[in-house]
Design a binder for this molecule. Structure first.
Ligand code: ADP
Ligand code: GLC
Length: 474
């Protein structure tokens, strides 16, 4: 079966979060299991682009309403990622350094989607499945069904994966003029609550819809940022398939971002060496447990609570732990995390920004990773942490619920708390400090965690089954 993934991110080409990790790994494993899996994404001006060789496979000319543009599709030459990678270049729109965050993101991603569909129309053969990810690519199922120029593509099976329903790409209905001539009787498919809502449109038009964990699918029935009724109506075609991890990129025995490698048998020494490196570099106390947070500094991740939690932990539990926060996001959270550096007595530090290498070193060197997410459709940090022998301290929600069992429960290995509140989080930290004092028990938990299997194979088979059902219209 031939699957074309369409995405805004793909590691190592361009990554802002877990979407990039998933799209960099899933096609690789699909390929290993005998499929033809390809990825097409925008050609941002990234380091990957400069460092690799490409060939031009298609040049086209199309339009975003009355703005006509040339686009070029290039293909990476050496199969570096383990699957065919295609990049779409649109001069003036996609040729930027960052993935998101520009005032014209609606125009950028709509033009990208139009170019992808236009390229598909010009291709001599068709993929069996077009698998789109999140709202940036969610208008494609509509275009394949209802844009006149692409009617001959309407038998291609389309799958939408929702990585996070909090982000829907809503914009004004006036922007519907951007789409290539479409059947005006289908206007209702584009609209949700008076706005053009690409995610809602994708949910309606894709043949099947998935999200990235079974519990998040369940949670979306009551918490889907306004899409609850739509998801209830379309529930027959929705399923929850848990993400896996790329076990080659994320392996403490071979990780290319740090030197002191380790496996289950050498975890104690290996982790300690990495911790020593971090403690020296960031002026932390190696004798105390190192509790880290890695991620986007936004409310959904519970990052706004971190400054108070750190202060309260020092005050109520005592100076018995180190904290290190790696992240970027809302300026007010970034500012507070920088400001509380003043509190540190060699037990708190932060790096505000995005640093892939530092994140790997933290998974390796930290003792605990804190994930107080209000919303977590799957979460990959806890899966990386488990593989690196770092105990996840998580809020019991979404994918965190599906992957972390509290060590107080049968076969457990993590620390779970119920509410994204300062009190619950501080209690989780107190339990981490207590566990750290029982090194033997911590060692056993570490062994259990490192043996867990969150590789992609099971999920790839679930996607396979879903593609088959979609194709046979079951
Ligand atoms: P989300 O996609 O919602 O941000 P995930 O847990 O699925 O959350 O994935 C986050 C990914 O992004 C992980 O690979 C994590 O290590 C990485 N990441 C997040 N913030 C940073 C950062 N500031 N520096 C390096 N890596 C980061
Ligand atoms: C989203 C979600 C995260 C998930 C990731 C990959 O960004 O917020 O929970 O792990 O997508 O599916």
């Amino acid at each position: 079966m031939e699957i074309l993934h369409v995405s805004a991110e793909c590691y190592p080409v361009a990554k802002a979060g877990g979407l990039g990790d998933v799209v960099g790994a899933l096609p690789k494993v699909q390929r290993e299991l005998g499929h033809v899996a390809k990825v097409v994404m925008p050609m941002y001006r990234t380091k990957f682009l400069a460092a690799n060789e490409f060939e031009v496979v298609h040049k086209g000319y199309t339009h975003l309403h009355n703005y006509w543009f040339n686009y070029t599709v290039i293909k990476e030459k050496s199969n570096k990622l383990g699957f065919d990678l295609y990049l779409v270049d649109i001069y003036g729109l996609l040729d930027r350094e960052k993935i998101y965050g520009y005032g014209d993101d609606v125009e950028r991603f709509t033009a990208f989607q139009i170019a992808v569909v236009d390229w598909l129309a010009a291709w001599r053969h068709q993929p069996d499945v077009v698998h789109v990810h999140d709202h940036h690519t969610a208008l494609i199922p509509f275009m394949l069904k209802h844009c006149y120029a692409y009617q001959h593509l309407n038998s291609i099976t389309t799958i939408l994966t929702i990585h996070n329903a909090q982000y829907q790409g809503q914009t004004g209905m006036d922007k519907t003029v951007y789409l290539p001539a479409w059947d005006v009787w289908k206007r209702g498919l584009l609209e949700w609550n008076g706005a053009l809502n690409p995610l809602a449109c994708g949910i309606r038009c894709a043949w099947k819809v998935t999200t990235v964990s079974p519990t998040y699918l369940e949670e979306m029935r009551s918490h889907a940022a306004g899409l609850e009724a739509l998801l209830e109506y379309e529930k027959g075609k929705c399923s929850g398939i848990l993400n896996g991890i790329d076990t080659v990129v994320w392996d403490p025995a071979t990780d290319r971002y740090f030197e002191d490698h380790y496996d289950g048998a050498t975890a104690e020494e290996g982790k300690l060496k990495n911790k020593a490196r971090l403690c020296e570099q960031y002026n932390l106390d190696i004798k105390k447990p190192l509790i880290t947070f890695i991620g986007r500094l936004v409310g959904d991740k519970g990052a706004d609570l971190l400054p108070q939690v750190i202060e309260d932990s020092f005050y109520y539990i005592g100076r018995k732990m180190n904290f290190f926060v790696l992240g970027s996001g809302l300026p007010e959270i970034e500012g507070k995390l920088q400001a509380i550096r003043g509190l540190s007595r060699g037990d708190y530090n932060t790096y505000i920004g995005y640093d892939e290498g530092l994140s790997h070193l933290l998974y390796a060197g930290a003792d605990f990773i804190l994930m107080p997410s209000r919303v977590e459709p799957c979460g990959l940090n806890q899966l990386y942490a488990l593989r690196y022998g770092t105990v996840p301290v998580v809020r019991n929600t979404g994918g965190l619920h599906d992957t972390v069992i509290d060590y107080g429960d049968k076969n457990g290995y993590g620390i779970r708390f119920n509410h994204a509140t300062v009190g619950d989080m501080t209690h989780g930290i107190w339990r981490s400090v207590e566990l750290f004092q029982h090194q033997e028990m911590l060692g056993d938990i570490r062994q259990r965690m490192m043996q867990l299997d969150f590789s992609w194979e099971t999920s790839v088979r679930a996607y396979q089954d879903l593609y088959d059902r979609a194709k046979s219209r079951k």
